[in-house]
Structure formats: C-alpha cells, structure tokens
Design a protein around this ligand. Structure first.
Ligand SMILES: Cc1cc2nc3c(=O)[nH]c(=O)nc-3n(C[C@H](O)[C@H](O)[C@H](O)COP(=O)(O)O)c2cc1C
Length: 314
C-alpha cells in the first residue's frame, strides 16, 4: 500500500503535506500557477502588503551549498493582485493560502477585512516575522505587541488562520509565546521564518554578498534546520492540539520532512530548496518521503508525527 502523506490544517485538507514557503517563487501569476501545476500539496503566496512594493535594491539574494541569505524587503504585487489571482488557482484543486505582512496593524486589519469577501482563499498566514524591512522590528519578538495584534486580527478571522513566527532560542521565550498563542483561535503556526540578520562573506572580494542593510539578511537552508526542528518540537509540546504546527527551515529532501514530522509538524514548507531547484523539488521530495515511510513500515504521517524519542541521561 502507498503511504498516505495527506494532512489537515484547521478544516483545510491537503493531498500532500509538502508545499512552498512564502517568498521564494510565489509572487507572480506565472510562479503561482507553476506551484499549482506541481506536486505541492498547497500554494502559498509571497507575503503581501496592501500596495505593490518594489522591495530592496539588488543583489538581495545569495545562496551557497549550505543555504541562503536574503534581504528582499517584501517585493510583492499588492493584495488585490493575489485576491484576483485566487480564482484562477482553484483549477489546481489544492488549497491556496494567502500570506500577508502589513507594515502596520491597521494595514493588516484592512487586508483581512478584504479577504472576508473572497471565496477562493483557503487560509491566511499572517507574517509576524519579516526580518528585512528597514526600520520595522519583527513583531513576534515583542510579546506584548503580538498579543495586541492577535487581539485585533482574531476578531476578523473568518477562515483557516495562522501566524508565521521567527525562530526562538530561549526555552523561556517558547513558553511565553506559547502561552499567548494558546489564548487565540489559531488553526496553525508556521515556524520558522529565516534566522534574521546574519552575514555571509565573499572571501575573495572581502565583502558582504548582498547589498541592502550593509549585508545583513535572513538565513535559510541547511544552516537553520536544527533551529527549525527545535522550534517545531517545542511549540508542538506547548501548544493546544487545535493549533497545528507547520514546519519550515532546511527542508531539501524526504528525510528532512520526516525529521520535521517526527518533531511534530503536520505539514512542511520548502523555501531555499525551491529557489535552487524549481517546482520539480516537490515531486522528488514527496517520492523520497514515501520511500522512507515504506522502508520504515509507516502507512500514514500521523503514526509517527511528534513521536521523536528522547534518551534520559539521569
Ligand atoms: C528569497 C526569500 C524570500 C522570502 N520571503 C518571505 C516572505 O515574503 N514571507 C515569509 O513569511 N517568509 C519569507 N521567506 C522565508 C521563508 O518562507 C522560510 O521561512 C525560510 O527561508 C526558511 O525556510 P528554508 O530553510 O526552506 O529556506 C523568504 C525566504 C527567501 C529565501
């Protein structure tokens, strides 16, 4: 029997638990259609602001064998474009998630109110963790502010709704954030966004590899997988069952997906590897996951989800 890799987020059903991360190759009509045609289990848009944004000056993305650095500055087509495109995407018979990243709470509320009239968007991922907009802190590193934002936006929630979080590194911070998240009717969290404000150095030129913000940018890929797994694991342990955890960070093959699910992910998103390989990555990663599950005699992702073993030393 072929292992089942379908999953459910809130009330939204995905044929495959593997899809794209917001950002890479999901900003234009052509890119969104390409994800639709691929084996991705869902489509998520580039984080949208209310208006079109050009983003930061180039070069603003760089990758090497270990991962990526970016300081895109939220280049996107603006909310109306993504809402208008949503109808075209239903032909692919897979969920379409809209990522939004308003530059203020008012902007986020305005955008969410517009989504209420749209019947083709399956769910909304509110990005509380963009590290690359000059002068704008990452909301989810300010716990009071996060609560304030969730108080307001959850009043408008009318469909599957979740938040994209930055990585946390301190066990107390996980507990503080989980306590806040558990107070709201969230369907999911996605963790993690890029590790903010790293630097990659070009040794030959003795220079930074991207130009905005003096070379500081969000890190993705292999560099961040252990941090992503720890965030998935900790939040799965601390959050109420109604909130699914979507894993993101360092996924490039089937074993990476397996690790995220073992840590508690209900679905996973692919960022840097999608940039590298294009949409064919979804079929390859899906096949690798299925082969690994066959080898381990798992017929369903739910049989091993969150079952990561620990060894007690004392
Ligand atoms: C070029 C690029 C653009 C990104 N833009 C967004 C974005 O608009 N919204 C968002 O939530 N995350 C964005 N991210 C972060 C990714 O969604 C993802 O969280 C991060 O890259 C970690 O996953 P990875 O290790 O698979 O790359 C972006 C990442 C990259 C590389």
């Amino acid at each position: 029997m072929k292992p089942n890799i379908s999953t459910t987020i809130g009330t939204v059903e995905l044929r495959s638990c593997i899809y794209n991360a917001s950002g890479p190759l999901c900003a234009t009509k052509e890119e969104l259609n390409n994800i639709g045609k691929s084996k991705a289990g869902a489509i998520i848009s580039k984080s949208s602001t209310e208006q079109y944004r050009e983003g930061n000056p180039k070069p603003r993305y760089f990758e090497n064998e270990l991962g990526s650095i970016n300081s895109m500055g939220l280049p996107n087509m603006g909310l109306d474009f993504y809402l208008n495109t949503s109808e075209e995407l239903i032909q692919y018979e897979k969920p379409f998630f809209l990522s939004i990243a308003g530059l203020s709470l008012e902007e986020n509320k305005k955008m969410l109110s517009k989504v209420v009239d749209n019947e083709f968007v399956s769910g909304v991922e509110l990005n509380l963790s963009c590290p690359n907009v000059l002068g704008k802190p990452q909301t989810a590193y300010d716990f009071e502010r996060t609560k304030f934002v969730l108080d307001d936006v959850c009043k408008i929630k009318d469909r599957c709704f979740g938040v994209k979080l930055p990585p946390y590194f301190d066990l107390i911070h996980f507990e503080q954030m989980a306590e806040i998240l558990n107070q709201y009717p969230l369907d999911f969290i996605t963790c993690i966004n890029s590790i903010g404000n790293g630097i990659i150095v070009d040794i030959e030129k003795e220079e930074v590899v991207i130009h905005p913000k003096g070379g500081f940018g969000g890190i993705g890929g292999d560099y961040i997988k252990p941090t992503a797994l720890a965030n998935v694991r900790k939040f799965r342990q601390l959050l109420k069952n109604e909130i699914s955890v979507i894993g993101c960070g360092g996924i490039k093959n089937g074993s990476d997906v397996f690790e995220h699910i073992l840590c508690g992910a209900s679905a996973v998103q692919v960022g840097t590897q999608l940039m590298r390989e294009g949409v064919s990555c979804f079929e390859r990663i899906e096949n690798e996951l299925i082969e690994l599950m066959k080898l381990k005699d798992y017929l369903d992702i739910n049989t091993y989800k969150g079952k990561l073993g620990v060894v007690n030393s004392m």
